[in-house]
Design a protein around this ligand. Sequence first.
Ligand code: DC
Length: 231
Amino acid sequence: MHKITIAIDGYSSTGKSTVAKQLADWLEYVYVDTGAMYRAVTLFAMQNDMIIEEKVNTSKLIAALPAIQLEFKKNTSNGKAEIFLNGKNVEKDIRHLHVSEYVSPVATISEVRRKLVEQQKKMGEGKGVVMDGRDIGTVVFPNAELKIFMTASAEQRAQRRYNELLERGDDVMYQDVLENVQERDHIDTTRKDSPLRKAKDAIEIDNSEMNMEDQFHTILQLAKDRIAGRV
Ligand code: DC
């Protein structure tokens, strides 16, 4: 069957990855979580003393970029693609609030973006891919057949992320999670290189009041229409 490229962009914690994974499973497409790639680079910087007194040592990180190797591998026990940083599975480590605090500044570095965008383009070469992030419809795949832009209020998103972190057993406060969401929105939308923007031809979905099931079916229908060439 005719395969397409699906780009899902939007603010943090809008449920992009949940819906992207569901879509990829249903369509038997490859799912790529590009946020995980920026998070893994951030973890690398943290582990190699490139973040000191809350500041990212940009030149040190840029010099070390060739030594960063990222790969997604399927976990056979749950069928999910997990991220490996230089051969080590870091899927869990990259989700900590600590990584979230530094990932947006790291994602402003053009050299980091260039490296990751190049890898993302290669992963989508054969189509049949659902990729989520901030610049997928604008920079990585400007010709994607389906582009979705997801939004929800900052409070709703912080509540969702807070619940996820609590479920994982992390000791966090709602206010800190909300501040992190707001701070990341600000950095992601105002950075010079590839700021978070809705592509002109993207379909905006505000899921503040939408349940996950309805949202999935809405997006799946949009995908089916494009695969069938109805749009
Ligand atoms: O989707 P996420 O919350 O895991 O993303 C983490 C950060 O990475 C986010 O604050 C911005 C950055 N990011 C980006 O700049 N471009 C992407 N394509 C994906 C994520």
